[in-house]
Structures are given as structure tokens and as C-alpha cells.
Design a binder for this molecule. Structure first.
Ligand code: PLP
Length: 427
């Protein structure tokens, strides 16, 4: 009985609760049911929908023109190489992950000849995909910039707020999407920067902003950087779509490289989910660029420590696949072709949707669908329209009208356009 008494004492001391103690120890009377993640809930609803016409535009994962997940041909080849490698084993990796993968990932985002690479002013560690990179960055900020506020675009990827809140950082959201013009509210972005709390961190989407698909132009990035520089604000880039957005790796890395060249300390989360189709393998990298090699070395040791506290190190399989591709010029060429194929198919679907809506004389201007890039389109459909399109046409998109364009193909795009046309007129 002594241990139970001991537990009871602990419960009283730490929580002032005595009624939660049972004969089997301290209970969990404060538990509540966590609401389901909205994207995964929607995916579950789609899976349970038996209609042959059901269209899933909720989840951000690429589909081929046959509507099925696409294993990149280059990934298939890399897997075969790994399988045949007599040296391959299942040993622990270093805490920082696979060193050659980290170096290649840093070169991918910064460019081979970036001064930051040549001067070894960067720290790169392997993470559990982009989500894990965001989380380690959030913990890094919480530890070394504990009084900093994190500014996040509204809307943004559904996980950003949760991750930064979980790390205990204060968050401010600011309007990024102008619903009237269906474009970036750039004036609001600049106004937010001008009045931001000193020392704040700005979470910026490197390319293919999720969910709007709208990125600042080069000129607009320059204006953003000017204010951030003059006010000592810190950029944190989330890069989940390099190469997948425009089909060109360098084009999609422009903003990050620009901030590095301007001399900012940049922290960047990289995901290889979309551009390698390695969704389940959780392959990512956190790269920090600093003023000198010594600061970078210290930052890397801190990243590694934060990894050790949570996951020890990131998983090896996906990083090995990416590493095999990075080390082989022919495979890199093939990867770039695979990237082009994915981004081109998505652009074609965007054009097809607009063309069909114009043919149907659907009320409104739909040109924003082709001016947006990447996986998602922020369609501008209202919540009642999103509800109606699901009920009547079995089309699944998120409440705020975000559609994953990869879910469209030659077979279902016409039905989708007709469904949009109907809800715009009737819902
Ligand atoms: C903006 C953004 N960041 C990060 C991620 C993280 O993805 P993952 O953890 O699969 O790499 C996503 C995925 O949709 C995203 O859109």
C-alpha cells in the first residue's frame, strides 16, 4: 500500500487534487477528447464515400492522371540501388542524421556556390520531414529567443500555429490573403512588418504558400527584406515545395537565397515529402545560416541536442534514398524531369479548370486559379459552398475553400468544374 500513499501525496502536492487517486494509481480525470485533425478527418470521410464520382481535393499529396499516388521513377531506382548495396545496414545514424544528405540538402536550398556553403556558415541536421524541422526550429527559438513573438500569415498551413504554440512561443497572425481581390494583401504584410515587435520572428513560406498558392514577387520580397533588415526582424522560412512549385529547383529557392545574400541569419525548414513523393518516410532537414562558422557550429550542436531530447535522430530510409539521388548526376537529371512532370500536370489542371469555368460562364473571375502555384488553390469558395459541393457532388476540400489541385485529372476535372459552377450559382 505504501506506493499508493506516496502517489496520493504527490497528487496533493503538485495538483491539489485528491479525488483522482484510485487503487491503480493516479487517474486521468482531466482528460478530454482532442478534436480530430480536420484534414485527416476529411480524408477519412472521403475514404468512406462509396460514390464513384467522389473527388478528394483535401490532402496535400500528389496524384497522377490516373488519380493514384505516384512513386517517382527516380525513387524506385534509388530504392533498388539501396537494396543491392552490400554495405547498407541498419545502424544508428549520428544525432545530426546522415551527414552527406544534410550537406546536399543545404546546397539544394542555398545553391552549390553560396558563400554560406563555401564559408561553412551553415548548420544542417536531418529532421522528421518538414513538420519535424518546424518543430526543432520552434524549440530552438523558444530556447534562444524566448521573448520573441512569431508572426504567421493568415491563412497558413494548419500545423504552424500548433507547432509554435506547443513550443510556448507567442504568435501573432496577420492577413495575407485578400478575399476581395483573391490576391496577397501586400500592404498589410508591409504594415505588419513595420509595426512588429522588435526581435520578432517572421514565418515565411519559401514558395507555393500553403494554402493560398500565392507568393510575393521578387520586388515584394525585396520590400519585405528591406523592412526586416531595418527593424532587425528574423526570417524563418518553411520550404515544403522546392522544385514542386514551379518545376525548377532554383526558381523555388529564390527567396531563401535572396535573404541569405542580404546577410540575414536565416533558419529554414526543408521537406522532401512533396518533391520526392516521400510522404511516409518523413525526410527533412533544418538548415540555419549564420554570420560565421563558429556560430553555425554552436547552432548545429543545439539542433542536435534538441533532436536527442525528442527523437534521438531522424529515420534513415528516406534520407538514404534522397542521398543516393543527390550523389548520382544521372539520377538528379531524372529527378528534375519527375519534378517537371508533377508541376506541369498540376498547371495543366489549373488551366483546364479555368477554361471550363469560362465555358460554363460561371459567375466571377477565376484567373486567380492560374496565377496561384504549387499543390493548392485557394478557390475563394465560401464555407456554405464547400459544404454543398461535398453534400451534392462528393467533392472534398477544406472548409476555407482550399483545393489540392493534384487530386484533379482528365477524368474528374469536368465534373469538378460543373460542381463549382452549381455551388457558385446556388449555394
Ligand atoms: C507549408 C508546409 N510546411 C510543412 C509541411 C510539412 O510536411 P511534411 O511534414 O510532410 O514534410 C507542409 C505539408 O503539407 C506544408 O504545406
Amino acid at each position: 500500500m505504501a506506493p499508493i500513499k506516496e502517489c496520493s501525496t504527490i497528487a496533493e502536492k503538485s495538483h491539489g487534487e485528491t479525488d483522482d487517486v484510485t487503487t491503480s494509481g493516479i487517474g486521468y480525470s482531466n482528460l478530454t477528447l482532442q478534436p480530430e485533425d480536420s484534414i485527416f478527418r476529411l480524408f477519412g470521410e472521403f475514404m468512406a464515400d462509396s460514390s464513384p464520382d467522389a473527388i478528394n481535393l483535401s490532402i496535400g499529396a500528389y496524384r497522377g492522371n490516373d488519380g493514384k499516388p505516384w512513386v517517382l521513377p527516380v525513387v524506385k531506382k534509388a530504392k533498388e540501388i539501396l537494396l543491392r548495396d552490400p554495405q547498407a545496414n541498419h545502424e544508428y545514424l549520428p544525432l545530426e542524421g546522415l551527414t552527406s544528405f544534410n550537406e546536399a540538402a543545404a546546397k539544394l536550398i542555398l545553391g552549390e556556390n553560396s558563400p554560406a556553403i563555401l564559408e561553412k556558415r551553415y548548420a544542417a541536421v536531418q529532421t522528421v520531414s518538414g513538420t519535424g524541422a518546424n518543430r526543432i526550429a520552434a524549440e530552438f527559438f523558444a530556447k534562444f529567443r524566448p521573448s520573441a513573438t512569431v508572426y504567421i500569415t493568415n491563412p497558413t498551413w494548419g500545423n504552424h500555429k500548433k507547432i509554435f504554440m506547443a513550443a510556448g512561443l507567442p504568435i501573432i497572425e496577420y492577413e495575407y490573403w485578400n478575399p476581395k481581390t483573391r490576391s496577397i494583401n501586400h500592404a498589410q504584410v508591409l504594415a505588419t512588418l513595420k509595426t512588429a515587435l522588435p526581435g520578432s520572428i517572421f514565418l515565411l513560406h519559401a514558395c507555393a504558400h500553403n494554402p493560398t498558392g500565392l507568393d510575393p514577387t521578387h520586388r515584394q520580397w525585396q520590400e519585405i527584406a528591406d523592412i526586416m533588415e531595418s527593424r532587425n526582424l528574423n526570417p524563418f522560412f518553411d520550404c515544403a515545395y522546392q522544385g514542386f512549385a514551379s518545376g525548377d529547383l532554383d526558381t523555388d529557392a529564390w527567396a531563401v537565397r535572396y535573404f541569405v545574400v542580404r546577410g540575414f541569419n536565416v533558419i529554414c525548414a526543408q521537406s522532401f515529402s512533396k518533391n520526392f513523393g516521400l510522404y511516409a518516410e518523413r525526410t527533412g532537414c533544418l538548415v540555419g545560416i549564420f554570420g560565421d562558422e563558429e556560430v553555425a557550429r554552436m547552432a548545429k550542436s543545439q539542433f542536435a541536442y534538441l533532436l536527442r531530447c525528442s527523437i534521438s535522430h531522424a529515420p534513415g530510409f528516406g534520407a538514404n534514398i534522397v542521398d543516393i539521388v543527390f550523389k548520382n548526376e544521372a539520377l538528379v537529371r531524372e529527378w528534375k524531369e519527375n519534378l517537371k512532370e508533377m508541376s506541369t500536370r498540376i498547371s495543366q489542371m489549373r488551366e483546364k479548370v479555368v477554361q471550363l469555368l469560362v465555358e460554363l460562364k460561371t459567375p466571377g473571375d477565376w484567373s486567380h486559379i492560374t496565377s496561384q502555384i504549387g499543390m493548392f488553390s485557394y478557390t475563394g469558395l465560401t464555407m456554405p459552398q464547400v459544404a454543398a459541393i461535398k453534400m451534392k457532388f462528393h467533392v472534398y476540400m477544406t472548409d476555407e475553400g482550399r483545393a489540392s489541385m493534384a487530386g484533379l485529372n482528365e477524368k474528374n476535372v469536368e465534373n469538378f468544374a460543373k460542381a463549382v459552377d452549381w455551388v457558385v450559382r446556388n449555394a
